[in-house]
Design a protein around this ligand. Structure first.
Ligand code: VG1
Ligand code: CO
Length: 551
């Protein structure tokens, strides 16, 4: 063991929506990762020195997606963590999904996990997420303390990686089996396998060259006996490399990035179709020519909750959560949920963006960005969602669209889309903030074909403590006829700014072409920006490449 001095300590930025994401060059600067890790080691030492946080009070998990440099990063970090006296548990080949790590924390009773992933960001970005002993992504008090400690680091402890290995301070686990076992408990794979053998199911899955491939193979092929068409199965350090324009590909299960999957699904030959992001905590699910919007699929999941063995995991109060910018499809189902969970109290809760807020409450929740929670762990979980959809398809014999129409017929439909305004000029960003902050002064004015009726910003009030846990988590603009827009700045980028814009509108009639509903909102928002003197425009809407079933 030795103490190394940092020649020039860095100012390490605070973590964003989910971990710290920076350009590769920034993470790769000499001493940066060492300083970053030393701060994490000091944090975990601080919280465990006087209190037993977990049964294995010195065990930490370390692993992540396959992106370039992560296997070396694991070695550097393990050398520092073991020098501090931690036992480091690394999944085979360092490859882990975020939900599998969340499960492993609870299963192995460790004090937390360090997950090396920049998730949906391209391989040219590096990211590190921290999850705590309850399995959930670290909340702000933890990430802020880590940041303080990191910025205090002048020197760090480290030791030879091989020595740490031979001394048994670094252990390897089969996280894929561990995770598949959990899903088996929840869904009873034996029953599902029998059903699959009875009625052959065709499937197409896109692993986007992230961590998903080996997890999907274990679950769907080895355990469930499916014979799916597997797209981009192999984990790659470049997560699929570059697109036609020379831009690194985004391992994000969004319509813009999964053209092969869209084409395959549109042949109508697959009962189920899915894609997952590089750390497998998000999914895009569908099948039989149709794709499901995230909150809509969550409504289906809520209706069929009884098909999974999770009742015992719930407390007396069940929170059905969604981030406030997510479609309120689940809120429409309150009465139905009360009949499904007769002996429980049901609460629908809105949270800020970032799954940490949902995970903290017990984790039955959804985000519009294709993340849905798994109540057996404390994260969003892509493969869980796809297995659940498969189970529902097998049990009901219905297609995803039929399942969706059943819900829409009963409760109406929330038409939803997410877009963005992005740029690199900080002055422009300031201008945007001011326009949004001052939106109230525009009430009564007409933008495009809509009138602004209300505006402001939304604070998160914790449902248990009643405290304001996060101020200004999103701006809102309410227009005439129930047209609603929310906006907030993304906290996962590695440069420039991205204002995310969320449009939603409820209608009892579910078969209106989506464009007809959302276009007036997109236009009104652009008009609102221009009126405030902003030159840019909202674009990249999630529905732009989405085949609409009701054309
Ligand atoms: C985005 C999504 C958010 C998600 C976060 C992390 O954050 O909008 O819903 O929780 O990514 O997801 P932002 O701040 O860029 O809007 V993961 O799977 O990519 O870590
Ligand atoms: Co992710």
């Amino acid at each position: 063991m030795k103490k190394d001095i940092l020649p020039e300590p860095y100012q390490i930025p605070k973590m964003g929506t989910s971990g710290l994401r920076l350009k590769q060059e920034q993470y790769n600067r000499a001493g940066f990762l060492e300083q970053f890790t030393e701060g994490i080691a000091r944090y975990f030492k601080e919280i465990t020195s006087t209190t037993k946080i977990a049964e294995n009070n010195t065990h930490l998990l370390l692993g992540g997606d396959p992106r370039e440099g992560n296997s070396e990063r694991i070695k550097t970090m393990a050398s520092i963590l073991t020098a501090h006296g931690f036992t480091v548990i690394v999944p085979e080949n360092g490859l882990a999904s975020t939900p599998a790590m969340s499960h492993a924390i609870r299963h192995l009773k460790t004090i937390g996990a360090i997950i090396l992933t920049a998730s949906h960001n391209p391989f040219t970005d590096v990211g590190i997420k921290i999850n705590t002993a309850n399995g959930a992504p670290a909340l702000t008090d933890c990430t802020e303390r880590i940041n303080e400690l990191q910025n205090d680091v002048q020197d760090y402890l480290t030791q030879d990686y091989k020595t740490a290995l031979t001394e048994g301070l670094i252990k390897t686990i089969d996280i894929i089996s561990m995770y598949a076992d959990l899903l088996d408990k929840m869904f009873s794979f034996k029953d599902m396998r029998e059903k699959i053998e009875g009625t052959p199911v065709s499937a197409v899955f896109d692993s986007m060259h992230g961590a998903a491939g080996p997890f999907a193979r274990e679950v769907f092929v080895n355990r469930l006996g499916l014979d799916p068409l597997m797209l981009r199965e192999e984990p790659r350090t470049d997560l699929g490399g570059f697109d036609d324009k020379g831009e690194p590909k985004h391992p994000e299960p969004d319509f813009d990035y999964v053209s092969d999957l869209i084409n395959q699904n549109s042949t109508n030959q697959f009962s189920i179709a899915a894609a997952w992001d590089s750390d497998v905590d998000r999914r895009l699910d569908g099948g039989s020519g149709f794709f499901l919007e995230s909150a809509d699929e969550f409504a289906i999941f809520a209706r069929y909750s009884h098909l999974i063995n999770i009742q015992s995991m719930f407390n007396n109060t069940i929170y059905f959560c969604r981030s406030t910018v997510t479609s309120h499809a689940i809120d429409l189902m309150s009465n139905e949920l009360t009949t499904i969970f007769k002996d429980k109290t049901i609460k629908t809760v809105q949270t800020p963006t970032g799954f940490k807020w949902i995970a903290e409450l017990g984790n039955w929740g959804v985000e519009e960005s294709n993340g849905v929670g798994n109540p057996a762990l404390r994260e969003k979980d892509g493969i869980f969602a796809t297995v659940f959809l498969l189970k529902i398809i097998l049990e009901t014999g219905k297609t995803p669209l039929q399942l969706m129409e059943d819900i829409w017929k009963d409760h109406g439909r929330v038409y939803f889309t997410r877009g963005e305004v992005s740029g690199s000029d900080p002055i422009e960003k300031e201008a945007l903030i001011n326009i949004l902050k001052e939106a109230q002064s525009q009430i009564g004015n007409r933008f495009g074909t809509l009138t602004l009726e209300n505006a402001g910003s939304w604070d998160y009030k914790h449902p248990e403590t009643g405290e304001i846990a996060e101020k200004n988590a999103a701006y809102f603009l309410e227009f005439s006829d129930g047209n609603s827009i929310k906006a907030r700045f993304s906290g996962t980028g590695s440069g420039g700014y991205t204002l995310r814009v969320y449009c939603s509108k409820f209608d009892k009639n579910y078969s209106i072409p989506k464009t007809r509903i959302v276009q007036p909102m997109k236009d009104a928002f652009d008009d609102f920006l221009q009126n405030g003197g902003f030159k840019g425009k909202s674009e990249k809407y999630t529905d732009s490449n989405q085949p609409d079933v009701y054309l």
